[in-house]
Write a protein that binds this ligand. Structure first.
Ligand code: AMP
Length: 409
């Protein structure tokens, strides 16, 4: 199938051409006709499948086709995080470049000027507003947003928004919107709470689902059993023997991200971190440096594992096993986007073995366990039935010492 066969407006086709998108991805093929047909939709698709364009393209088409003038907000996109909102807005800029559509991100942070700019866009009725729940509510409560004629409400990463506790905020926003609208919901997973939300806010929705909870095929997955003290050396080993211009390392907590970044930097590696503690401007600077390959190693928590669009990442390292098996899929989805191949490597200490077993159950696949290089000494035995909590992350006292035992603090 081609984008032309989806009958998208000429101005939208031009944007696709400029972005270098040659043919629709499966989620685009399935969702675009439903959205063009003005039906409500719940689409289950993980990041990396082309889901953003799947909801942006039909909306851009309708704005172009109907020659909708500015003055009333036509489409509201709600996103769980600022990063995702920025990224949706960037795709919008590319795909909508040749259309009449105007857009504005409304995602909090920033200064008074930023707020005034957002206010103006909401007041003047930019076609498409992309925002985070809290910031949207602050504006909507002040009453100037031109939402009376809103035609499309899009919830992106709906599961993430509920995980982040945004249910009440989403409902507060929805209660202010006209009832006669199309509601489009994208979610990476479909737990019961998402089914309930869909039932509450969608009318007779079509359901579209692409490969739920399966990592992208082109990600080569492997795992090392390693004690915590061996992990930094293992990172260095992987970087030494492979050509890895772009690497994301995920760690579960902000504190670990900080420690790890400091350690990598002290070892002379080109690493920096992104965490919710940083100012928005700092986060964007670091993300841009990473995207432009000035920064080789980005260390992050799961804040950026969902949704953030960074192309051509060669490797993702899970420095520890994520608590939520779904997060594993999101983390490794950062590599092997659209057309490239990627590697995802997970470090499993004793405490994390049970959690890793749950991930293998979820993806219905046993992930290859690679033996530690001999210079690092022995790692733990793999036993996924072992539950964590016994201090098993530490290496047994009497084990043979390898290069990794002397992690600096
Ligand atoms: P997403 O799932 O929306 O995060 O998109 C994943 C990546 O695929 C982004 O880098 C998009 O720019 C890219 N992409 C989306 N649709 C297409 C397409 N039809 N052809 C090629 N790349 C695409």
């Amino acid at each position: 199938m081609t984008f032309k066969e989806l009958k998208l407006h000429e101005d939208v086709l031009q944007g696709l051409d400029a972005m270098g998108f040659e043919k629709p991805t499966p989620i685009q093929e399935e969702s675009i006709p439903v959205i063009l047909d003005d039906k409500d939709i719940i689409a289950v698709a993980q990041t990396g499948t082309g889901k953003t364009a799947a909801f942006l393209l039909p909306v851009l088409h309708k704005i172009s086709e109907q020659k909708i003038q500015e003055g009333q907000i036509n489409t509201l996109v709600i996103s769980p995080t600022r990063e995702l909102a920025v990224q949706i807005d960037q795709q919008l800029e590319g795909l909508g470049y040749f259309t009449i559509a105007t857009s504005m991100p409304v995602y909090g942070g920033g200064d008074g000027d930023g707020f005034a700019r957002e206010k103006r866009a909401l007041q003047d009725g930019a076609h498409i507003i992309v925002g985070t729940p809290g910031k949207l509510i602050s504006h909507l409560n002040l009453g100037y947003a031109k939402i009376d004629n809103l035609k499309h409400l899009i919830l992106d990463e709906a599961d993430r928004m509920l995980d982040m506790g945004f249910y009440d905020d989403i409902m507060k926003i929805i209660n202010q919107l006209p009832k006669d609208r199309q509601t489009i919901m994208f979610s990476a997973t479909m737990p019961p709470k998402i089914r309930k939300l869909a039932k509450d806010i969608l009318t007779d929705p079509q359901e579209v689902s692409i490969a739920i909870s399966k990592p992208a095929e082109k990600v080569v997955q492997a795992a090392f059993l390693a004690y915590d003290g061996q992990k930094i050396e293992l990172v260095k080993y992987l970087l030494r023997d492979n050509d890895v211009p772009s690497l994301i390392i995920f760690a579960s907590t902000k504190i670990k991200v900080k420690q790890l970044t400091r350690e990598l930097q002290s070892q002379g590696l080109n690493a920096n971190m992104i965490s919710s503690d940083l100012e928005q401007a700092e986060r964007l600077t670091i993300l841009n440096e990473f995207k432009s390959k000035k920064l080789q190693i980005l260390v992050a928590t799961d804040v950026i594992s969902r949704g953030i669009d960074i192309d051509n990442i060669d490797m993702v390292i899970n420095f520890d096993v994520p608590n939520d098996p779904e997060d594993y899929i999101h983390r490794i989805g950062r590599t092997a986007r659209a057309s490239s191949e990627g590697e995802a490597v997970t470090f499993i200490n004793n405490d994390d073995q049970y959690k890793f077993g749950r991930i293998e159950e979820l993806i219905e696949k046993e992930i290859r366990k690679v033996k530690l290089p001999s210079e690092l000494g022995e790692g733990p035995e793999y036993n996924p039935k072992r539950r964590g909590g016994s201090g098993g992350g530490r290496r047994p006292y009497n084990r043979k010492k390898g290069g990794g035992g002397n992690r600096r603090r």
